[in-house]
Design a protein around this ligand. Structure first.
Ligand SMILES: [Zn+2]
Length: 151
């Protein structure tokens, strides 16, 4: 099964890569490297400069020479080019299109894709879970008072 590897699994990651490749074995410090991009915003016609961290998008998976872009869900083969292949994907049109749509409401500079992903689903949950736990405790109270009456 495909699985994402954690930073402390460097040895395992390199063992997996060695099954198929002799060089360009995975290094977790690739994730700390930054790619600088700029594009022209269609609305404001201003050029936007963006810095992307490789680790904001990529996760090493347990397949030789492969990493997954968690933004596009694309599996990228870096086996023959190493980190260059990862950086090339970050600059690709496909990745940028998704990045732009995801960051529409975000101010420039805070380009954490993780942030975008975790913020969205939770936006409406606090009031819901609050009312849910409230009705649950009311229900429990009702049962409790009922059982008291029975005794
Ligand atoms: Zn991507």
């Amino acid at each position: 099964m495909m699985r994402k590897l954690k930073r402390d699994e460097t040895v395992l990651a390199r063992e997996i890569d060695q099954q198929k490749y002799k060089k360009n074995l995975w290094r977790f410090d690739w994730l700390d490297e930054v790619v600088s991009l700029s594009w022209k915003d269609e609305k404001s016609q201003k050029t936007q400069d963006v810095k992307l961290k490789v680790g904001d998008a990529f996760a090493k998976i347990n397949l030789p020479g492969k990493a997954q872009c968690t933004l596009c869900n694309n599996v990228i083969n870096y086996g023959s080019n190493g980190k260059t292949a990862l950086k090339r994907h970050l600059k690709s049109n496909k990745h940028l299109t998704i990045l732009k749509t995801q960051s529409v409401n975000q101010s420039l500079g805070s380009f954490g894709t993780d942030k975008v992903r975790t913020l969205k689903p939770h936006r409406h949950t606090p009031p819901l879970s609050l009312s849910l736990s409230l009705s649950l405790s009311l229900f429990l109270l009702l049962i409790l008072s009922l059982s008291v009456k029975l005794i």
